[in-house]
Write a protein that binds this ligand. Sequence first.
Ligand code: MN
Length: 227
Amino acid sequence: MTGFVIPAPAQAQLPVVGGGAFPVRRVYCIGRNYAAHAVEMGHDPDREPPFFFQKNPDSLDASGQFPYPVKSQDVHHEAELLVALHSGGTDITTQDALAHVWGYAPCLDMTRRDLQGEAKKMGRPWEIGKSFERSAPVGPLHPVSDVGHLSSGEISLTVNGELRQSGDLDQMIWKVPEMISYLSAYFELAAGDVILSGTPSGVGPVVRGDAMELSIAGLDVLRVDVV
Ligand code: MN
């Protein structure tokens, strides 16, 4: 019998509306998945192949507080729909993809934009801008059995009550089934994997003291205070 030689890290998890917790294995994030956001970041909105980066499971944080991170003076909000999978596999077809979805949650892909910008300029990976501590504030997960599948409806974010981001889930360039199918061609997806599905236009900076509110049609509002 062998045991862990150090204490085992806590299992990353998301709270579930109605009780219980969803264990998280991997966090995939898609880039530039709304045309208006691609344009605001200086890119052509044409449908080029999607691309992904990852955050770490323990980047997810349901505390309702976002501690302003170190080493950045330009931290941006990105309002996103999180998709949680209860099963996976490889080479999943778009027709079969939604059968793997367990639920949906509102999530913020917080970004150290200055560090991400330097990384982009130098052709380096994005992790330093994206995958820092508590970089993915998240609300409780809503089971598909309660809310169905979300393919349209408002997604918006206010800061201190002022509208900053506004779009519709139907504006995603790559829809949820397409993202699952595409990812499963390159990775083996599994139960516990979650996907952040991209952000509409209007990303911008926050400062300590700001209150962010993310609304997605059909889900509870997520409020996150920058501390
Ligand atoms: Mn994002």
